[in-house]
Structure formats: C-alpha cells, structure tokens
Write a protein that binds this ligand. Structure first.
Ligand code: ZN
Length: 53
C-alpha cells in the first residue's frame, strides 16, 4: 500500500494541487486561492522533500 501523501499548504493546512509547467513544479492552494512557493511548501512538508543522496 503506497498511498500518495498529500502536500499540505503552509498557510491553511489543506492539500495543494501540484502543477507541472516546463519541468518545474508549482503548488496551488484552492483554499487560499493562490500559488505557494516551493520553498514554503518544502518547509511545511519536510517528510515529502527528503533529500536522498
Ligand atoms: Zn492554503
């Protein structure tokens, strides 16, 4: 069972939509109705952005 974990908005805590554009990911929160910077998304979801080196 590998259910995909939702990426949560740093402001409201709701799942954000991931948009792929030109190879870059954008995160849009339907609740705040605005784009979130990947830096803030990463800060709010450290488990999902673990760096594997
Ligand atoms: Zn939000």
């Amino acid at each position: 069972m590998s259910e995909q974990q939702p990426i949560l908005c740093p402001d409201c805590g709701k799942p954000v939509e991931v948009l792929m554009a030109c190879g870059a990911k954008s995160y849009f929160c339907n609740h705040c109705n605005e784009l979130k910077s990947s830096q803030r998304i990463r800060g709010a979801n450290p488990d999902l952005f673990e760096e594997k080196q």
